[in-house]
Ligand binder design. Structure first.
Ligand code: TXA
Ligand code: MG
Length: 313
């Protein structure tokens, strides 16, 4: 059921159910962070492997840091600069957080979402909510309630309506477990903006089958249709039905379908449209999707990260 009633959503969550809710990045599939059984249901609904830890969402920085052991000056500065907002911090966890949330890791990922409905929900529930993106594991994240419904359907008792997500790519994940901050997943808070607040950041480029952050899995955010990076825009090979995903308007002929993410070439707009456009192309029974990469700056890094993972299989 898709509803606008935050009260109904809060009631279900308090009763130990899972509920999909909007955030500024993508829709999340939430459950009480301290209810291991409710959390187990998230893994079941998503088909998510238990080694992949969840992000815990809190209504403000004080509540968020209550989930962590010790304190960190860098974390306080980042929270001050970017919360509520699309930045997830990885910090040492309090032992009271169930292991299933953190996949047995000694750390926990926390964030305060910048979405009025998410914040109202967190405040009504009165507890932090663990929530991964509300899609089947490895697939494209949902940026509308209809996406969640298409993916998870009746497996979720309730989807809270919040309109299309403004940011469109998942939060930036930054680990503060070592002396220097480490970027685990690029997102809508840019490396440049974080560096201005905390100085140098390590950028990890290593992917593995059991990564520090499964958003780092090589194949993730993947459409069903084979996808590859655009090399030559002029025209696709004859005899094939190819879809083109372009960041900005480009001269192209012979494509079965074209999606332009931003008419003005604005990268934030492109990010907001990315997953919807990819889903539209993915249902056209194309032989292939080719995608144009964004300039590698700001949110362009996050767009390219999702595109390159979507190209892997
Ligand atoms: O924007 C977002 O972050 C959305 C919305 C719903 O908040 N959530 C989201 O969750 O993208 P999910 O589960 O799709 O991605 C969470 C990522 C995973 O790659 C996971 O491995 C990583 O966060 N993560 C969670 N806890 C971690 C930890 N303790 N250490 C390292 N990575 C962690
Ligand atoms: Mg996800």
């Amino acid at each position: 059921m898709i509803t606008s009633s935050i009260e109904t959503a809060a009631r279900l969550l308090r009763a130990g159910k899972v509920v999909a809710f909007p955030t500024e990045t993508v829709y999340g599939l939430g459950a009480l962070a301290y209810d291991a059984q409710a959390i187990a249901r998230i893994f079941e609904v998503k088909g998510r492997p238990r080694f992949d830890p969840l992000i815990v969402h809190a209504e403000n920085a004080v509540r968020a840091f209550e989930l962590c052991e010790g304190s960190s000056i860098l974390a306080s500065r980042l929270a001050e600069a970017f919360w509520p907002g699309p930045l997830t911090l990885v910090l040492p966890k309090r032992s009271s957080i169930p292991d299933i949330v953190t996949a047995g890791l000694p750390s926990v990922a926390i964030r305060v979402p910048a979405h009025p409905i998410a914040l109202k929900l967190l405040s009504l529930v009165g507890s932090p909510l663990a929530a991964p993106s509300a899609n089947r594991f490895g697939r494209i994240s949902p940026t509308t309630s209809a996406h969640v419904h298409d993916d998870l359907g009746s497996d979720v008792p309730l989807i809270l309506e919040g309109g299309p997500c403004g940011k469109g790519v998942e939060s930036t994940i930054l680990s503060l477990l070592e002396a220097r901050p480490r970027l685990l997943r690029p997102g809508s808070v840019s490396l440049e903006d974080m560096t201005a607040v905390v100085g140098d950041i390590d950028v990890s480029n290593e992917y593995s089958e059991r990564p520090q952050s499964p958003g780092q899995l090589r194949s993730h955010y993947a459409p069903h249709t084979k996808m590859e990076r655009l090399r030559d825009a002029t025209r696709p090979p004859p005899g094939e039905r190819v879809g083109l995903l372009a960041i900005r308007p480009i001269a192209a002929e012979g494509y079965a379908a074209v999606e332009v993410l931003s008419p003005s070439g604005d990268l934030q707009e492109a990010a907001a449209n990315l997953f919807s456009a990819l889903r539209r192309l993915d249902v056209l029974q194309l032989d292939r999707i080719v995608c144009e990469f964004a300039p590698a700056r700001g949110i362009g890094l996050a767009i390219n990260d999702r595109l390159s993972r979507g190209c892997q299989r």
